[in-house]
Design a protein around this ligand. Structure first.
Ligand SMILES: [Zn+2]
Ligand SMILES: [Zn+2]
Length: 259
């Protein structure tokens, strides 16, 4: 069994590094779970937008979330007036949320660069905690594979199936749980790695036809894709609030059909 293997490694000091590494990974997974849960995903405060403030002023206040919202000026729109998008108005929060933000009905707030509301975490995944969510998936995926290997080695060989099943029942049930949860976690990890590399979110990837700033772009063009390395950098290492309006204005190319 898993616990007897760990007990053998840790308590009997047969292979302490093996056991300590496993326990550390388990602890890191738990810590990342709570960090993802309790980190502000990028909630947009419920307050009216200020209508003044030029681009230079916005640049000075880049790290201030409330001031970033003053940047929703025409400076951030594509030059071609025919193809400028209209900002949505959130009736619940009574604000114009910034680009890529979406209202979460569970959290009752708009969330910056909204990804999804995770029912397992009972928390939103957005601009600020998406990286922690990715690390949580990675560590959990490693743990599941490792645990499965430990279980596989722990099965006791018996002559008959009945005897084998009776002896290995607990291990067998644990293995079934891992076989079910493993592909889910590995699939989520692969999907969120794809999103990170391509500068996308789950919401944008799954509901493109419903998103006003994406549905008129030609050939599945993603205006937030700044290149693989830049996407990973901004996903993992950038802690300020990004002004997606400017990224969008620089790269978006609308189809001429939207007149
Ligand atoms: Zn809202
Ligand atoms: Zn939410």
């Amino acid at each position: 069994m898993l616990f007897s293997v760990l007990h053998h490694a840790l308590i009997d000091l047969q292979d302490p590094i093996y056991g300590v590494l496993f326990c550390c990974l388990l602890a890191v997974s738990l810590v990342l779970y709570f960090v993802t849960c309790f980190t502000d995903p990028g909630y947009v405060p419920k307050q009216k937008l200020k209508t003044t403030g030029g681009q230079d002023h916005c640049l000075e206040m880049e790290s201030d979330m409330s001031e970033v919202e003053t940047c929703l000026t025409q400076d951030a729109q594509p030059l071609d007036k025919r193809h400028r998008y209209k900002y949505r108005f959130c009736d619940y929060c009574e604000i114009q949320p910034p680009l890529r933000a979406k209202h979460c009905e569970d959290c009752r707030l708009c969330v910056r660069r909204y990804d999804h509301h995770c029912p397992w975490l009972e928390a939103c995944v957005g601009e600020r905690n998406h990286k922690y969510f990715w690390w949580f998936l990675l560590v959990t995926a490693v743990l599941i594979v490792w645990t499965f290997v430990i279980l596989w080695d722990s099965f006791v060989t018996k002559k008959s199936w009945t005897e084998w099943f009776h002896t290995n029942l607990v291990l067998f049930l644990l293995a079934i749980i891992l076989v079910i949860s493993g592909p889910v976690v590995l699939g989520l990890l692969a999907f969120h790695t794809y999103l990170m590399i391509n500068g996308q979110t789950t919401w944008e990837a799954s509901s493109r036809e419903r998103i006003t700033y994406l549905k008129y772009l030609e050939n599945e063009f993603n205006p937030f894709d700044e290149g693989c390395l830049s996407n990973i950098y901004y996903f993992m290492c950038f802690h300020k609030v990004r002004r997606w309006e400017q990224v969008y204005a620089q790269k978006a190319k609308f189809t001429a059909s939207q007149d």
